[in-house]
Design a protein around this ligand. Structure first.
Ligand SMILES: Cc1cc2nc3c(=O)[nH]c(=O)nc-3n(C[C@H](O)[C@H](O)[C@H](O)COP(=O)(O)OP(=O)(O)OC[C@H]3O[C@@H](n4cnc5c(N)ncnc54)[C@H](O)[C@@H]3O)c2cc1C
Length: 452
């Protein structure tokens, strides 16, 4: 929309400036009044658009709509699935009330396999009888979360967002340009949550800056029944120069097939070489399998330089919330979406007041950082220590053989809380780990890098 079509804010009474849109808009009202942050909205509720209907966007939309905000959830593709392993931590089932029938596989066994093919069982002894890693299909999970956001009152707009008009003044709305079946529409809103993943357009429009990305590549392979049986409740992680120079490769069981993949940050151009590497390592286990899908997608390596600007906040992959070391992002996407939605509900007093940048920073960003910054930094350190060379990877597998290490890892991963340890066992674990690392001569170099 041309700037001239927007009423000059200075001609309006203070705090009651407005915008007129000439092109017909799918969603009323065509005319939106914007107040200063903290001021009462007269006769309407705060209007927020969530762009992206993955776990981050749907969770944000559900929290907003449940809290009384007029909520619009944009999703360009409601039927396809984002490339993903689909493993979630156990705590997400309760915390996000995920119905158990959505779970395809209950992973109770993990193997981590070193460059020299030393395999360590991870889980068979250290998981408690009721514990497992739930594996879901993303199309199933995402569709469930979107439907629930709709039930809470969010309006789902199955549409591609093509452009955002950033307000020219403090009192103007954001204009979202989107397209449904080649028909172009606009929508004026007070605030936006950008949940549009690693290639976020919202982040570009608000000049949020870039982040380094890994590339993840995976093939979905349908195995003969007897081979699938082996992966029934087993996930495998492979480390080594042949499968990735700085990450791990995986075989994850899915509903009726396995996902075999790998990732890298530092050698993206060679990703297919590493994919051949992992397929070579698991050759005997996947022989006779049929590739049914090949997919690749970026994975953010760290948060963006800017995650809130004006009345726009980024969540999930758009913000950069994927942990190093494990490449886990589904839980953090859903959690950040929910936290951001709830923050807006709080700051706007249930949609009665206009919000501003300070509200988003205080209620969302600071709370997020307080909760998760150290977890992200710690996993970053582990990745640098253990994924850097084949000797370090051998040490990693050695350390993973320790039952106490396994228990602490599962407690942290499954429940997303810093696990409470036993002091004596902690001490033994530290010495054991240092011992393994000393054999690799890498402990001093990497501890330098861990500055909290
Ligand atoms: C190969 C691979 C395997 C992975 N495995 C795991 C795993 O096992 N466990 C785990 O926890 N994490 C895993 N991850 C990471 C995880 O997939 C992401 O962290 C997670 O999907 C982030 O969720 P999100 O909602 O932020 O973004 P996304 O899931 O990317 O969702 C963004 C949504 O926005 C929509 N969208 C984008 N642009 C627009 C637009 N312009 N208009 C409208 N809609 C738009 C997209 O269609 C999409 O639905 C994996 C990642 C990859 C690449």
């Amino acid at each position: 929309m041309a700037a001239s079509q927007i009423q000059n804010p200075l001609q309006n009474p203070l705090y009651q400036l407005s915008i007129r849109k000439t092109r017909p808009c799918l969603h009323k009202p065509h005319y939106l009044t914007i107040n200063a942050a903290g001021h009462h909205l007269s006769g309407r509720k705060l209007r927020v658009a969530v762009i992206g209907g993955g776990p981050a966007g749907s969770s944000a939309a559900e929290a907003l709509a449940s809290g009384g905000i007029e909520t619009f959830l944009f999703e360009r593709s409601t039927s396809t699935a984002k490339p993903c392993g689909g493993a979630i931590p156990l705590c997400m089932i309760d915390e996000f009330s995920i119905p158990l029938h959505l779970i395809d596989r209950h992973v109770t066994k993990m193997k981590i396999i070193s460059p020299s093919n030393l395999a360590v069982d991870f889980g068979s002894k250290s998981l408690r009888s009721h514990e497992y890693i739930p594996m879901l299909r993303r199309e199933v999970l995402d569709s469930f979360l979107r439907t629930r956001a709709q039930s809470a009152g969010a309006q789902l707009i199955p549409s591609l967002v093509t452009h955002l008009e950033i307000p020219s003044s403090y009192f103007s709305p954001y204009i979202i340009h989107h397209s449904i079946n080649n028909s172009r529409k606009t929508l004026a809103v007070d605030a936006i949550i950008g949940a549009d993943g690693a290639n976020s357009k919202v982040a570009k429009f608000i000049k949020a800056g870039n982040y380094t990305c890994a590339i993840a590549f995976q093939e979905r392979i349908r195995l003969p029944d007897e081979k699938m049986e082996y992966y029934q409740n087993l996930a495998e992680m492979y480390v080594g120069d042949d499968v990735s120079p700085d990450f791990y490769a995986w075989v994850f069981p899915k509903c009726d097939h396995v996902a075999v993949g790998t990732g890298t940050v530092c050698a993206k151009q060679d990703i297919k070489l590493y994919q051949r590497g992992i397929k070579e390592r698991v050759k005997s286990k996947i022989n006779g399998g049929k590739v049914i899908k090949v997919e690749a997608h970026p994975i953010p390596e760290h948060p963006r330089p800017v995650r809130v600007r004006g009345r726009v906040a980024l969540v999930g992959d758009a913000a950069g919330y994927v942990t190093k070391c494990s490449g886990e992002g589904i839980y953090f996407a859903a959690k950040s979406g929910r936290m951001c939605g709830e923050a807006i509900v709080r700051a706007s007093d249930g949609g009665e007041l206009m919000i501003g940048e300070d509200d988003l920073k205080r209620e969302y960003l600071m709370e997020w950082d307080k909760k998760y910054v150290s977890t992200f930094r710690f996993l970053d350190l582990l990745q640098r220590v253990f994924y850097g060379s084949n000797v370090a990877r051998e040490a990693l597998v050695e350390v993973c053989g320790n039952e106490y290490v396994q228990r602490m890892t599962f407690d942290s991963y499954l429940y997303k809380k810093l696990a409470k340890g036993d002091r004596w066992e902690d001490l033994k674990m530290v010495f054991g780990t240092i011992g393994s690392l000393m054999r690799c001569k890498i402990v001093g170099r990497e501890m330098e890098a861990f500055k909290l």
